[in-house]
Write a protein that binds this ligand. Structure first.
Ligand code: 13P
Ligand code: SF4
Length: 361
């Protein structure tokens, strides 16, 4: 299929109301032939039309279970649409409404850097390492990990999966988010001195510890959205109001997670806020669209973003009402654009990594 980034003029001239009506019409006409999953970080104008919303684990599980939809118009980022393609049948077509909706963290580990690092690490540690990759990674990285008997993880099952990995091997390589890897390993009792960082640009291992003491090798990647929550934000907030509880996503740095009152995946943050006592005060350190939605949906709570400048994920925000409508129009005509198709060999090995996670949680 074709890839498309610029929208046709007639669509850009439509009013929001016309766009909404047209989307509702197509959804109604297509019924269960169409599935629209939406990640919690998507804009409200998109979430409004999602058949199912969730964090990355929930959306992967939905994709795996759904055999009915002919077309899955995935409102999230590229790696999530790839995962959906891997987990669905050959006949099901997965579409990403805007091909520019990538993830800067996933882009921080490419397959050539990873094979180079792996060879170097095998030289240093022998056959003692199991690779784990955050689902925020390309299909090629998932396949690499699957081939080497490792698994994927998401922020909501990272503890369980890291524990599982240590039942298989002495040490782990955690890709591509150093913060989720570090925060999870730390929670499991591994001291920071036993964690080293692999720098894919400098092509070297950063550590002061003797090699045989290293338990966790963290890939030097990060989420540019969650890194914007700082220790200074926490200090400022507590100076202003020490009674406000702070909850952050584990993609935030170790220092921020250590100072916060609580941390957890997107799903955990939502669960904590939904269970909060009326009138309580919260500061949340995660993506802006989700924080704003939680503010709107919980008028009985006092919620602010941990960073007063708010932190949007610009690539998640690429998916908007016009792109959603355009991709749906094409699907409705039977001429889908922006199809995400992972090749057979990559899928074969990536499924092994995803399966080890999905069977474990
Ligand atoms: P979760 O959906 O697993 O919480 O991940 C957050 C994220 O950054 C998705 O890109
Ligand atoms: Fe990637 Fe971070 Fe955006 Fe999630 S929030 S898609 S990890 S850049």
């Amino acid at each position: 299929t074709k890839n498309m980034t610029s929208l046709p003029d007639e669509l850009l001239q439509m009013s929001e109301e016309e766009m909404r009506n047209r989307i509702s019409y197509i959804k109604q006409e297509m019924g269960t032939r169409l599935l629209i999953p939406g990640h919690h970080y998507q804009k409200n104008e998109v979430i409004e039309f999602a058949d199912i919303t969730g964090d990355s684990l929930q959306l992967a599980q939905v994709a795996e279970r759904n055999t009915e939809a002919e077309f899955i118009v995935f409102c999230g980022v590229h790696f999530m649409a790839e995962t959906a393609d891997i987990l669905t049948t050959e006949q099901q077509v997965v579409v990403l409404p805007d091909m520019r909706a990538g993830c800067s963290m996933a882009d921080m580990a490419d397959i050539h850097q990873t094979t180079y690092a792996w060879d170097e690490l095998q030289g240093m540690f022998g056959d003692t390492i199991l690779p784990l990759t955050y689902v925020n990674s390309t299909a090629a990285i998932k396949a690499f990990v699957g081939k080497h008997k490792g698994a994927t993880v998401t922020s909501s099952n990272a503890h369980k999966m890291v524990q599982w990995a240590f039942e298989q091997k002495e040490r782990i390589l955690f890709l591509p988010d150093q913060h989720l890897g570090r925060n999870t390993a730390f929670d499991l009792g591994i001291p920071l001195e036993q964690m080293a960082v692999w720098d894919p640009i400098a092509k070297k291992l950063e550590t002061d510890a003797p090699l045989d003491e290293i338990k966790v090798i963290l890939w030097k990647g990060h989420c540019s959205v969650h890194e914007k929550f700082t220790v200074q934000n926490i200090i400022d907030l507590r100076e202003n109001d020490p009674t406000r509880k702070i909850i952050v996503h584990p993609e935030c740095t170790r220092e921020v997670v250590a100072l916060a009152d609580d941390n957890g995946s997107t799903k955990k943050i939502i669960d904590v806020i939904e269970a909060a006592e009326p009138g309580t005060k919260w500061a949340i350190g995660t993506e802006m669209n989700l924080v704003q939605r939680l503010i709107q949906q919980n008028p009985h709570l006092d919620i602010v973003s941990l960073n007063p400048n708010m932190c949007p994920c610009l690539t998640m925000n690429r998916i908007d009402l016009p792109h959603l409508l355009w991709s749906l129009e094409q699907v409705y005509k039977g001429e889908p654009v922006n199809q995400i198709k992972v090749d057979e060999e990559t899928s074969h090995y990536a499924i092994e990594a995803l399966d080890r996670m999905l069977r474990n949680v």
